[in-house]
Design a protein around this ligand. Structure first.
Ligand SMILES: [Zn+2]
Ligand SMILES: [Zn+2]
Length: 266
């Protein structure tokens, strides 16, 4: 708490901060128009706000997005957690029943299981440690002169690197990120997700009967959602239209197939 001094003699020009009357105003909030001083001036996407407005989720949707996933397990974290159980059970089994020649493999599985378990628990070091599991596996294969093992490590290595770079997984590990990265992830996961789903279903509807109908519904809702003037702007108009077209084509195709049957070959 700062002691509020009595209003200082006015200079006769310029406003005073709404929250701190002893401070000269630096400007007005973009949203509510209140005067702010240096202490409660907040920049959101280069626009100045008062600190009350800056905290509003409709003003800072990226902050809302960040908080929604901050420290929360994503799909990858759960997948790695299931891996941990499999590695640990397999490792114990090999240790008990595998004999001396399986000792290296058993120990590798146990260590890998421990790393995966720590990953699931959100231990910061395990994020990089997880990438080292396929690397160590490939290293062991190299030492044992088993080229197949080396080949088997490539896919898991690429996968673990992509998990390492995944924005939602980084949010689970509470890694600070630039707003641009958050914006890309927000666009992928949050920007008119129903329109994005509609387009995917529209493609599926060409191959599976009935799916085109769901695509039409999703794309229709998605198209209605589109609002470039909203805060944040809601896009994917093109995808919604493409989903409607594909959904309609899929429906017509399957109806046509139902009426006339599969074309007889030969
Ligand atoms: Zn404001
Ligand atoms: Zn102030």
């Amino acid at each position: 708490m700062t002691a509020q001094s009595s209003p200082s003699p006015s200079t006769g020009e310029g406003g005073r901060c709404h929250a701190h009357p002893d401070q000269p105003a630096l400007g007005a909030c973009t949203r509510c128009g209140v005067f702010f001083c240096e202490r409660d001036r907040r920049l959101v996407d280069d626009q100045p706000y008062c600190d009350t407005c800056a905290a509003r989720p409709d003003v800072d949707y990226l902050e809302r997005f960040r908080l929604e996933y901050w420290g929360k397990r994503d799909g990858w974290a759960w997948m790695v957690g299931i891996n941990a159980v499999a590695y640990l059970i397999g490792g114990v089994f090999l240790l008990v029943a595998g004999g001396a020649n399986m000792l290296t493999t058993a120990l590798f599985w146990l260590v890998a299981g421990a790393v995966c378990a720590c990953f699931w628990l959100g231990q910061p070091w395990a994020r990089l440690g997880f990438v080292f599991i396929p690397l160590v596996f490939m290293g062991i294969s190299l030492v044992k002169a088993e080229p197949m093992g080396l080949a088997f490590g490539v896919m898991p290595l690429l996968m673990s690197i992509s998990i390492y770079n995944d924005t939602r997984n980084k949010l689970f590990f509470q890694v600070e990120m630039p707003r641009e990265t958050l914006r890309k992830a927000w666009h992928l996961y949050k920007n008119n997700a129903v329109a994005r789903a509609g387009l995917m279903l529209g493609v599926l509807g060409l191959f599976f009967p009935g799916v085109g109908l769901i695509a039409l519904v999703c794309s229709g809702i998605g198209l209605r959602n589109v609002d470039p003037d909203a805060q944040p702007p809601i896009g994917r108009k093109g995808q919604a239209i493409a989903g409607l077209v594909l959904g309609a084509v899929g429906c017509l195709f399957w109806v046509w197939l139902g009426v006339y049957g599969f074309p007889r070959l030969g």
